[in-house]
Design a protein around this ligand. Structure first.
Ligand SMILES: Nc1ncnc2c1ncn2[C@@H]1O[C@H](COP(=O)(O)OP(=O)(O)OP(=O)(O)O)[C@@H](O)[C@H]1O
Length: 302
């Protein structure tokens, strides 16, 4: 069997008294997109930067394409997109990407990549004059131009407009279809749901759940609707089949879980009618990855 693209076992990283990564174990499959999710400060960047060879671990084992991070063969095989920086401020967009491409044996065409990421008109612009989103797109181009076997993307679409996010997703999906492995961190649950084959949720330096987006969200469905805040949910629950749950979160948004079928739907709408409540946006949906994420990691700010 092929070994994974990235394997992390019992990883520990401390900064003084802070244990940022606390016995974390994960593996990112070959040819797959693995998304690492977690609240601020969960240890995502620390973990990824250890895999990239930028930081030293305090314990555990990490293998990247079967090699130790920092191994001299890795730069030619691995692309890295950092959260910021990585391009000299005075470097002109087109020139920098062409120069970067020359380090690799079989690079992608820099001009095509600039076109795909909407940077052609800025080819002669120095990096420091680009907007934040344009800088981000150039960093992505730099990470993939060498046709890497594995690419690490740290929050690749943070701060990008919707058009740029979609362009970025297409580039990442194309990488996978060419057989590359992708490890990305993100705070966008929709991004993970759309792109990832495997999602790893980490909190306080440990893995709290992992699986495909479908496996994590499960087959269970929810009934959701909007109505005036403060409905009497105990009364509604009394009318619902045993085993149902009802919550208002946030104010004026209601979520009913349990055996969501025609009977439950009819009961909820009949109850609303009897109470003179108009249920807006009534829908039956699967739980989202965001629901699962908040359940696992809580709602307090970090
Ligand atoms: N260089 C550092 N020195 C001291 N503490 C650090 C350092 N880098 C990170 N930390 C701490 O380690 C913990 C994990 O940080 P890390 O950046 O890995 O989290 P993260 O999941 O990437 O967060 P975010 O989503 O906010 O980017 C945090 O408590 C952070 O304050």
């Amino acid at each position: 069997m092929n070994s994974p693209a990235v394997e992390v076992v019992d990883l520990i990283k401390r900064y003084g008294r802070t244990t940022a990564v606390d016995g974390l174990t994960l593996s990112a499959g070959l040819g797959a997109i693995t998304a690492i999710l977690g609240p601020n400060g969960a240890g995502k960047t620390s973990t990824v930067e250890i895999c990239e060879g930028f930081r030293k671990a305090d314990g555990g084992v990490v293998r990247v394409l079967g090699l130790e991070p920092g191994h001299r063969d890795l730069p030619a095989r691995v692309g890295i997109m950092l959260q910021s920086g990585g391009v000299p401020p005075a470097a002109r967009v087109g020139e920098w990407l062409r120069t970067t491409a020359r380090f690799y044996a079989r690079p992608l065409d820099p001009g095509t990549l600039l076109e795909r990421l909407g940077l052609t008109a800025h080819a002669r612009t120095p990096y420091r004059r680009l907007s934040g989103g344009q800088q981000q797109r150039l960093s992505l181009a730099g990470a993939v131009v060498g046709r890497p076997e594995l690419v690490f993307l740290d929050e690749p679409t943070a701060g990008l407009d919707p058009q740029a996010r979609h362009a970025c997703w297409e580039v990442v999906e194309e990488l996978r279809s060419c057989g590359a492995s992708v490890v990305l961190t993100t705070h966008h649950m929709d991004e993970a749901e759309r792109l990832a084959d495997h999602v790893v949720i980490i909190d306080r330096g440990r893995v709290v759940a992992e699986g495909s987006p479908c496996a994590l969200t499960g087959a269970e469905r929810q009934l959701r609707f909007r109505a005036r805040p403060g409905l009497d949910l105990d009364e509604l629950l009394a009318a619902l089949p045993v085993g149902s749950t009802a919550k208002e979160s946030p104010s004026g948004h209601y979520i009913i879980e349990g055996h969501v079928g025609p009977e439950l739907l009819a009961t909820v709408t009949a109850w609303c009618a009897a109470e003179g409540v108009t249920a807006d946006d009534l829908s039956v949906e699967r739980r989202t990855l965001e629901d699962v994420f908040l359940e696992l990691t809580g709602r307090e700010l970090r």
